[in-house]
Write a protein that binds this ligand. Structure first.
Ligand code: TYD
Length: 135
């Protein structure tokens, strides 16, 4: 889900945008990380998370993020600093740097935990199907 953040300011002064835990996004932020100094054609991601929720934004440049829930795929473009992509759990993500030196910032709902990652697509599909059978 793409969230458009409020912009405070004007062209002369510059703009300020913000978001708050459990108000603008549906979780409490425990961790923030960012990816920067990438070459133009770089692709990253290629994993899903079992529990982790995230919001992603691009304060500088242009980045494309494809989310795949095992059934449908949707591609989002982040090209304005006030666009925030909410990525819920169990979403396979592929992230492409469209412009060189674009910066990707991520706010996450949990501390880093490698065990929360699914790094193999077939395993991800199996995990999703297994979860469905549990309900
Ligand atoms: P990863 O999430 O795999 O990034 P990408 O999918 O974009 O390649 O993280 C890359 C490496 O950084 C991996 O070895 C785990 C480590 N890492 C941390 O130690 N802490 C963090 O908060 C994150 C996001 C990654």
């Amino acid at each position: 889900m793409l969230i458009k953040l409020k912009k405070i300011g004007d062209e002369k002064k510059g703009y300020l945008s913000f978001f708050e835990s459990n108000k603008d996004i549906p979780f409490t932020i425990k961790r923030v990380y960012f990816i920067y100094n990438n070459s133009k054609k770089l692709k990253r991601g290629f994993h899903a998370h079992k529990k982790l929720k995230q919001t992603m934004w691009c304060p500088y440049g242009e980045i494309e993020i494809t989310l795949d829930n095992g059934k449908t795929k949707k591609t989002y473009k982040l090209k304005s600093p006030n666009e925030l992509l909410y990525v819920e759990e169990k979403q396979w993500r592929e992230i492409s740097w469209i412009k060189k030196d674009s910066v990707l910032c991520v706010a996450a709902s949990e501390y880093f935990d490698e065990k929360d990652y699914i790094r193999d697509y077939n395993q991800f599909i199996k995990y999703i199907k297994g979860k469905k059978n549990e309900n």
